[in-house]
Design a protein around this ligand. Structure first.
Ligand code: UD1
Length: 417
């Protein structure tokens, strides 16, 4: 099993090019199932979750070709409607094929994604909303058996809770339903805006009717397009925090700064110097880091996917900070490992009380989930000496070339078998 060895504490300096967004690519890949034409996608990140989604599409009968930096997908003969446990278990986003399969064929059998390290992660909101479009379903031996006897029929849907995945599944399904669907209380994460742009480019009829509401008029066919996926805002946020943690000096490139305004504002408040250009953010980390209380929230709030990374930074702050995790019930898996490195973090329900003024000590560490893993890399970058991070397959699910990118800006880091 591969490990990462990190030799801290080096100040990071230079430029990092941000890759395409994993979380935007996944629903867009699922949405290609709607098309009978060729779809060309650009800027997909080279990470394991994207490979898993492509294997899932392949198992459903999609023809996928890699040509240089593009992926060409042809679903003209795609007919299968069975998404197996083996493919969905490793990546929860596998459930995103349910909406498009039901829209295209009126039936699908998709494995339940199951729980994961950060919480139980049910799919009740996806299923309740699909039911409103005329879908009947049963859960049998870990699979959702779903069918729409009369095809999908537009309806008014108000999500009981803001869910990124349920919003995506429903936007895709409603794009091919008969009549109009009104979606209310939707998630408005940038990846959802990217999915909507992609669908509109293909010819889907989607209109905003409010800040968190859409009207989607179903269409029956879509056109051939080429689409570049947006940048990965979580990767960008991670490297901005890496600069702040190491008192570094980094230019984070290939991004749209206004999409990460919340993160930029917080980093400014804690004392980092930030200069914003059209597609770049230049950050200089300050020796003195000011404490701050933050809570995770749906976009445009502070992203839960950056909570672990921010916690590392706040361990180095001048006073105590409190982080409230409002999205996932069990997303503090990194805390035990950070405490092994000398952090003093106390969990009280969904709050983490983070003592400041910590100098991380190097350690042998165990990665537990994607974002927890990268938080350990950040802590190791700031700890003087050698840390070893085990189980880095979690990192490879979502960070393209992480050690190459870090090495280029001066980190001493290497992958060993
Ligand atoms: C997506 C992101 C993930 C991010 C999360 C929140 C992808 C591939 N993953 O995950 O990185 O951390 O958004 O920004 O884009 N919930 C239910 N029932 C449901 C669905 C969700 O109770 O049917 C709950 C979840 O357990 C969680 C909350 O709603 O507590 C938000 O989850 P959701 O927004 O759906 O997250 P994902 O789409 O799974």
């Amino acid at each position: 099993m591969q490990k990462l060895e990190v030799f801290g504490a080096k100040k990071l300096k230079g430029q990092i090019n941000i890759s395409g967004s994993k979380n935007a690519s996944l629903p867009i890949l699922a949405a290609t199932l709607l098309s009978k034409n060729q779809i060309t996608l650009k800027n997909l990140p080279n990470v394991k979750d994207i490979d898993t989604m492509m294997s899932l599409l392949d198992s459903l009968g999609s023809k996928i070709k890699k040509v240089k930096d593009k992926i060409i997908i042809n679903n003209s003969r795609q007919k299968k409607t069975f998404a197996s446990y083996n493919l969905v278990k490793t990546m929860r986003a596998g459930i995103l094929v349910l909406g498009p399969l039901l829209a295209k064929f009126g039936n699908a059998k998709v494995s339940l994604p199951g729980g994961c390290a950060i919480g139980t992660r049910p799919i009740n909101i996806h299923l309740d909303a699909l039911s409103k479009l005329g879908v009947k379903y049963k859960i049998i031996q870990g699979y959702v058996h779903a069918y729409a006897p009369k095809g999908l029929i537009g309806n008014k849907i108000r999500f009981s809770k803001i869910s990124v995945g349920a919003t995506e599944n429903l936007i895709i399904a409603a794009s091919f339903a008969k009549g109009s669907t009104y979606l209310n209380n939707i998630a408005i994460e940038s990846e959802i805006i990217d999915l909507i742009n992609f669908l509109k480019n293909m010819g889907c009829n989607i209109k905003w009717t409010g800040k968190r509401s859409l009207k989607i008029k179903g269409v029956s066919k879509v056109k051939e397009i080429t689409y570049p996926v947006m940048f990965d805002r979580i990767e960008a946020g991670t490297y901005l925090i890496a600069a702040a943690v190491t008192e570094g000096n980094l230019k984070i490139k290939n991004i749209v700064p206004k999409i990460i305004q919340t993160e930029i504002n917080i980093l400014k408040k804690i004392g980092a110097k930030i200069n914003i250009k059209k597609s770049e953010v230049h950050i200089i980390g300050n020796k003195k880091i000011k404490s701050i209380n933050i809570k995770t929230a749906p976009y445009p709030g502070f992203p839960t996917d950056l909570q672990a990374q921010m916690m590392v930074l706040l361990c180095r702050a001048n006073k105590q900070s409190v982080i409230k995790e409002d999205i996932f019930e069990n997303r503090f898996m990194h805390v035990a490992e950070l405490n092994r490195m000398g952090a003093q973090i106390l969990i009280k329900g969904n709050k983490a009380i983070v003592q400041g003024n910590i100098n991380f000590a190097p350690a042998e560490l165990m990665a537990t989930d994607l974002r927890a893993s990268v938080s350990l890399v950040l802590a190791a970058l700031s700890a003087k000496g050698k840390s070893v991070i085990n189980r880095i397959y979690h990192l490879d699910r979502g960070y393209e070339n992480i050690e190459k990118k870090l090495k280029k800006v001066g980190a001493k880091i290497r992958r060993v078998n």
